[in-house]
Structure formats: C-alpha cells, structure tokens
Design a protein around this ligand. Structure first.
Ligand SMILES: C[S@@+](CC[C@H](N)C(=O)[O-])C[C@H]1O[C@@H](n2cnc3c(N)ncnc32)[C@H](O)[C@@H]1O
Length: 313
C-alpha cells in the first residue's frame, strides 16, 4: 500500500537542523520517511539516521521508502518516550546531532478507515497508533467515568459541549457498549444542539481529536521525550519539534524556556549561589509556521508549529 503523507514544514526543518555530512540524526516519528529522506539526502557520505515509530505499518512504509539509503538507516519500533533507552542501546547517548519529532497522526493513519481515527468512515472505535497497546477508544468510552470523558473532550478537543457529549455517551453505554465510530458520530450529533452543530467544522472533529490524544497519551509521551532527547544530543546538537495542538506547543515552549534559563537564584541575591547554567539556546523565538502556499496545498500544515533549540556544550 502506498503511504500517503506530505511532510510538513520540510524546508524549515532542514533550516533549523542544518544536517551535516557524517552527522547522526534521529527522527522520532519517522512515519512514511518524508522528513527522514530529506535529511538523509543532506547527509550524504557517512551520515546516519535512526528512525522510530510506534506504528508497525508506518515503520514498514519507512523501510520501503528509505531502502535506497541502505545501512545508513536504522529503524526501531518504539514509542519516542523511550528515546533515551533506544539511543543508549545503540551506543549513541550524547552523540546525536539532530532530533526531529513531528508529532500526531499521519495522513496515512487517517486514511486507513479501520484504524478508527476518522469520523468520516464507519469503523471500530480503535485509534491506537500502537496496535498492541491496551487502551482503545472503545475501552476508554465504555469504562471511563463521565467526568473524565468530559475533561478529555474539553481539555484536548476544546469542545464546548464536552459535558453534554459525555452525558449522552454514558447514557448510551448503559444500554449497549459503544463499538463503532459511526455510533459515536451519531451520539455527538444528538448531543450538540442543532444550531451549534456546524460551528468550527464537522461536529465530531474535536471529540475525535481529543480521544486520539488520550488513547495514545500523546502529551505524556511528549513530556517524557523532551528531556530524554536533550540528553541524547551531542553538544551543539539540535532538537526540532513540530506540534499541531496548542497544548503540545505549550509543553515544547515551556520546556525550551526552562532549559534556556541560567541562574535560578531569587532576584535579590547579590551573586549567583545556584550555579545553574543554561542547557539550551533557543533557535526559534517564535514558532515557525508554513507559508501560505504550503497551507493551501496541505491542510495539515495549517496548524503546524515548529520550535527548535540547540544543546549547549
Ligand atoms: C505526522 S506523522 C510523521 C510523518 C513523517 N514526518 C513523514 O514525513 O513521513 C507522525 C508519526 O509519528 C508516529 N508517532 C506519533 N506519536 C508517536 C510516539 N509517541 N512514539 C512513536 N511514534 C509516534 C505516528 O505513528 C506517525 O507515523
């Protein structure tokens, strides 16, 4: 099967990572290998790339699409939250020149109806990027307390009807367990008052996004990965993160800001007593976004934000 996914902010990624020949790069979300192929082309010679993905279908596609680069590519099936362990196992701790995380779901995953990521086609309520993980969207919706479902829809989907949708879900599951995306779409339509149903696109869009983030613990994985990625970098190495959600962007922004701080002493201390030194230099004061052309050509680029920082030696 062809892996359909256009890499976002490709030009900006190459600009901030500045891949150099003979460098070692890690793509924590290799997907179909779009960004990885572009990095590998820049690091002709002895440069190496490690590609991680938790989705075996994506990893297989990356294997096919990056085959021409031969043994310069190492693909590892792993959640990027384990980046530290993966890099240590490869004997590359503190030696990586650049790391990219292009988080979220790929167009290919959305197109595979049976994965349950999309509200556009009826399918099992799955939404797992890692098909071996225990939590599916169906399990979450059938077992989580009503308040927790409402919180997920509100916090991760910014769904203003979160409470009502959660109420409708809990009422429905008391009669019959939820199994299909089509059933969930019907429940959402019934829960949102008719006048508000078309506000902000498809009425199920926000709920599906929120469930996907919760099922895959996307924010938890990012929070764990950032410090581990920084540790894995060589001095002068760069970490670039593309996010698609304001909560993800905030996690990246705050992490870079904390790591870029020097002295942590109270402002009234005459001399520094903590000895803390900045661990990174921020490269993108403001997040980089796509050009108008890219946003028109690729709807995923519309919400993409790229932030990057360099590890200080
Ligand atoms: C937006 S796509 C990446 C596309 C890739 N940059 C390309 O150009 O083809 C995101 C990929 O990251 C994977 N992914 C998302 N979260 C992950 C995580 N925590 N650990 C490992 N892989 C993850 C998904 O399975 C998906 O294949």
């Amino acid at each position: 099967m062809v892996f359909h996914h256009i890499p976002v902010l490709l030009h900006q990624v190459l600009e901030v990572l500045q891949p150099r020949p003979e460098g070692v790069y890690l793509d924590g979300t290799v997907g179909g290998g779009g960004h990885s192929a572009a990095i590998l082309e820049k690091i002709s010679g002895r440069g190496r790339l490690i590609g991680l993905d938790q989705d075996p279908t994506a990893l297989a596609a990356a294997g096919r699409n990056l085959a021409s680069f031969g043994d310069r590519v190492t693909l590892v099936r792993s959640n990027f939250r384990r980046i530290g362990a993966v890099v240590a196992e490869l004997g590359l701790m503190g030696k990586i020149d650049g790391i990219l995380l292009d988080i979220g779901v790929s167009s290919h995953q959305l197109d595979e109806a049976e994965r349950g990521f999309t509200y556009r086609m009826d399918a099992p309520l799955d939404m797992r990027m890692n098909p071996e993980s225990a939590l599916t969207a169906a399990k979450l919706l059938n077992e989580a307390p009503e308040g927790e479902i409402a919180r997920i829809l509100r916090d991760y989907g910014e769904e203003r009807w979160a409470k009502r949708i959660a109420q409708f879900i809990v009422k429905r599951r008391a009669e019959q367990a939820l199994e299909r995306t089509g059933e969930l779409v019907d429940i959402i339509r019934a829960a949102i008052p008719a006048a508000a149903r078309q506000e902000g696109g498809h009425p199920a869009k926000r709920t599906f996004q929120a469930l996907r983030i919760a099922v895959n613990d996307e924010l938890g994985a990012l929070e764990e990965a950032l410090p581990a990625a920084l540790e894995a970098l060589a001095p002068g190495g760069r970490l670039a993160v593309i996010s698609f959600h304001s909560l993800e962007d905030r996690i990246v922004k705050n992490f870079f800001a904390e790591q870029a701080r020097g002295c942590l002493c109270p402002p009234d201390f005459p001399v520094c007593a903590c000895g803390n030194r900045p661990k990174v230099k921020i490269i993108t004061r403001k997040p980089l976004v796509g050009s108008d052309e890219e946003m028109q050509a690729n709807p995923r680029a519309q919400s993409a934000k790229l932030r990057a920082a360099e590890k200080i030696g």
